[in-house]
Design a protein around this ligand. Structure first.
Ligand SMILES: [Zn+2]
Length: 286
């Protein structure tokens, strides 16, 4: 895996005064031998977009260099319980200064609680769950022990929120469910994706905006005009905004440029693009 990476993956970062250093809190990549098939399978699902990268880690690192991204969280999704060991192994093998892998277990894996321990013991920072791809509602009572264990573990919990491109528009992880979850587990280190809920931003405005709830912005700004984007990004506490792209499903450089075009102000831009993410990931880099 290491041999396939560019010889100097940090070259090109932050070249030029206009290049912001950013942390991308939501990306995907696959092992080299699986990437082409994984991307083709996902692209073939009705509603899904075309990938802008080849799905490999090398492709992601080149995109990061071009966009001035210092670190990317690479999120996995276990669609079956038995995938966990290979996901964890891969995540351990790719963890680096620039790549922060979030493995995934299946919530109906009988060993789910032990999986949480394994992730923590591996020294990884968080996990990803996806209610649509994993077939559960965010507030499903069967997941209570899992949320309890996640809260106690201190791991970050990146959860898909809102609707999903590839699934019927039946709410499974909407803003109301986010509030319900955080009411019950106030110390859960939850990061909602797609600005609080993909294609359900009325609910984000109604229930999440202005509250101390982490929202990363991936794959959302491209569905809004500047006024709507500014309303959400200026209406939320700046300490709770995170940059994200959902790469390879959208372009990192273009997303950075869109954020910088919105006139959010230097402090809010810095908080959103890197400060909050560095703090959550325990990074002290400047
Ligand atoms: Zn994603």
């Amino acid at each position: 895996m290491v041999e396939s990476l560019p010889p100097n993956p940090v070259s090109g970062v932050a070249e030029g005064p206009q290049m912001a250093k950013a942390v991308d809190f939501h990306t995907h990549a696959f092992p080299d031998g699986l990437a082409a098939k994984a991307i083709a399978t996902l692209e073939a699902q009705p509603g899904n977009p075309k990938a802008v990268l080849d799905g490999t880690l090398g492709g992601l690192l080149r995109s990061m260099d071009a966009a001035g991204i210092e670190t990317s969280v690479v999120a996995c999704i276990a669609t079956k319980p038995e995938q966990f060991p290979s996901i964890l192994n891969w995540c351990r093998s790719i963890a680096s200064e620039r790549i922060v892998p979030f493995p995934s277990f299946h919530p109906f894996d009988p060993a789910a609680l032990a999986r949480i321990d394994a992730v923590r013991e591996a020294g990884l920072k968080g996990i990803k769950l996806h209610p649509y791809y994993q077939g559960f509602d965010m507030d499903d009572p069967r997941l209570l022990p899992i949320y309890e264990a996640l809260q106690e573990s201190g791991l970050l919990h990146l959860s898909h929120t809102g609707f999903d491109t590839a699934f019927p528009r039946i709410r499974k992880c909407d803003a109301v469910r986010v509030l319900r979850l955080l009411d019950r587990f106030p110390r859960l280190r939850l990061v909602t994706t797609h600005l609080g809920g993909w294609q359900d931003w009325g609910e984000t405005r109604r229930h999440l905006l202005g509250r101390p709830i982490y929202m990363e912005i991936s794959y959302s700004l491209e569905f809004m005009d500047d006024a709507a984007a500014r309303e959400l990004l200026l209406g939320h506490p700046k300490e709770y905004l995170l940059f994200g792209t959902d790469s390879p499903w959208s372009d990192q450089k273009r997303t950075v440029e869109r954020v910088l075009s919105l006139g959010l102000g230097a402090e809010r831009e810095a908080a959103l693009l890197h400060d909050n993410a560095r703090r959550l990931l325990g990074r002290t880099t400047t």
